[in-house]
Write a protein that binds this ligand. Structure first.
Ligand SMILES: Nc1nc2c(ncn2[C@@H]2O[C@H](COP(=O)(O)OP(=O)(O)OP(=O)(O)O)[C@@H](O)[C@H]2O)c(=O)[nH]1
Ligand SMILES: [Mg+2]
Length: 445
């Protein structure tokens, strides 16, 4: 069955691209253009007609033949004018055909995978690339796409070592080339250290899902005011009533092209009210999960509450707020903080916007530190991370077991380790996750 979809975003645009993929795509293109298309990979200016012979539009048609297309099957691209009327007319003409149906989300890429045009890992990187909202995410997705050969090479080496190991089950040691066992161990050790280095980086997930910043502090310190100031809109309610914010308020934000998720939280205190209590629990949780805490304190207060002190860590930026007020006095608080380790301390007035530029450049600097770490390939998907972790464990076990000369058991570890890598690129046993991966795509990709 041939499938089709609008591959450009819906709505009015200069041009729109509608694609059909499948064995019969060329035949459908012949019918629509009322001529025989015989020039592959060539931009042809053509009138497009519907089944009744009525002109739909004049546009560009490109035929990508089987084996040379994105999906691997015959693929036709219609470039039409991007008006809703033209798009709808061509789409409904395709829908009316017996041999054509609307594509499912991600079906073009899924077909490419099934036709061995790309591996699963590359398909996932394409999904990431389509969904990339910022420059950093785009670079990361491209980097991922290019790292699939690394997994394939590791897998090949492991399979090599596996066949050597299996050979040593059948042959006596004298029959094997000398030094082969040491050589095998060395190869596996190298792979393990590469994988463990990769696993060490959590930055890939940060770039994919956003750098998490939790805005925390006691009630009324100005947390919600700070959020609103940063995102330049009233994302959260501000009031002089203590305990205004109760739910977690999550706002997507962009610092220096890095995606950031800002969360405003309930003021932390010993709340009696049940709802506020839940809010405080959520706040503590958000702080735990955050990559960075911005702790907002009211600089007119003399003390830092005990339950707030407990939250100060090396991922905390302390913001002493309300500098505009006469009673603002940072000395006492700073003194109280002398035994604590934290990232930075800045005095501001959110109301007057004093100190805010300085705070912003601090945040920029902190968030940009990601850049220096992301030089190696990063793992951005939990699925890859879990499989690499399993693979690493297997290889560590192999190194232990082979020392005890339990060759058969050791070989089994290698087999499982190579399977783990195979799962990442999609060679084996991935049917159950295919749906999940491709449903992330939009229709038309
Ligand atoms: N004078 C002065 N008042 C401020 C400043 N920042 C915030 N406020 C006031 O402090 C009060 C509390 O502000 P919010 O932003 O609601 O504080 P919050 O930390 O979100 O409070 P909860 O949601 O209750 O935890 C409001 O009346 C703000 O107008 C400031 O820099 N100076
Ligand atoms: Mg608030």
């Amino acid at each position: 069955m041939n499938f089709y979809a609008l591959s450009t975003p819906p709505g009015v645009s200069g041009i729109a691209v509608i694609r059909i993929s499948g064995k019969g795509a060329l035949q459908i293109a012949n019918q629509i253009t009322r001529k025989i298309i015989d020039q592959p990979r060539y931009a042809l200016l053509q009138p497009f007609y519907d089944q009744e012979g009525e002109l739909i539009d004049n546009g560009i048609l490109i035929w990508y033949p089987e084996g040379q297309s994105y999906t691997g099957d015959n693929l036709i691209e219609f470039h039409t004018h991007g008006s809703t009327a033209v798009i709808n007319k061509l789409l409904s003409d395709l829908e009316a055909r017996q041999d054509c149906r609307l594509a499912q989300p991600g079906e073009f890429t899924k077909t490419a995978y099934q036709n061995n045009r790309i591996n699963l890992y590359e398909a996932e990187s394409i999904a990431d690339l389509i969904q990339a909202e910022t420059e950093a995410q785009r670079i990361q997705a491209l980097r991922l796409k290019n790292s699939s050969p690394k997994f394939l090479k590791w897998r090949e080496t492991i399979l090599d070592v596996l066949s050597n190991t299996e050979a040593s089950i059948d042959f006596s040691e004298e029959d094997l080339p000398t030094g082969i066992n040491q050589d095998n161990e060395k190869k596996i050790k190298l792979i393990v250290s590469d994988i463990d280095e990769m696993l060490d980086e959590s930055m890939g997930e940060i770039i994919r899902d956003g750098y998490k910043i939790a805005i925390i502090g006691p009630p009324n310190a100005g947390k919600s005011s700070f959020l609103n100031l940063l995102v330049k809109r009233q994302a959260a309610i501000v009031s002089s009533v203590k305990g205004t914010t109760r739910d977690i308020i999550e706002v997507k934000y962009n610092i220096n092209n890095y995606p950031v998720v800002l969360t405003d939280t309930a003021g932390i205190r010993n709340a009696k009210n049940k709802i506020e209590k839940t809010g405080v629990e959520l706040a503590l949780n958000a702080s735990k999960e955050a990559n960075l805490d911005i702790l907002i304190l009211d600089g007119t207060e003399k003390k830092i509450p005990k339950n707030i002190q407990k939250l100060i860590s090396d991922k905390t930026v302390i913001v002493l707020n309300k500098k505009d007020k006469k009673s603002f006095n940072s000395k006492k608080i700073i003194k109280e903080l002398k035994d604590y380790k934290f990232k930075d301390l800045i005095e501001v007035s959110i109301q007057d916007k004093t100190g805010i530029n300085k705070l912003n450049s601090k945040l920029k600097k902190i968030v940009s530190e990601i850049d220096s770490i992301q030089s190696t390939t990063l793992i951005s998907r939990a699925r890859h991370r879990a499989l690499l972790k399993k693979c690493s464990n297997r290889l560590h076990d192999f190194l232990k077991i082979i020392k005890r000369n339990e060759v058969e058991k050791a070989a089994e570890e290698l087999r499982l380790a190579s399977n783990n890598l195979g799962h990442i690129v999609g060679f084996i046993g991935v049917e159950e996750i295919l749906g999940r991966i491709f449903e992330d795509f939009c229709i038309g990709k």
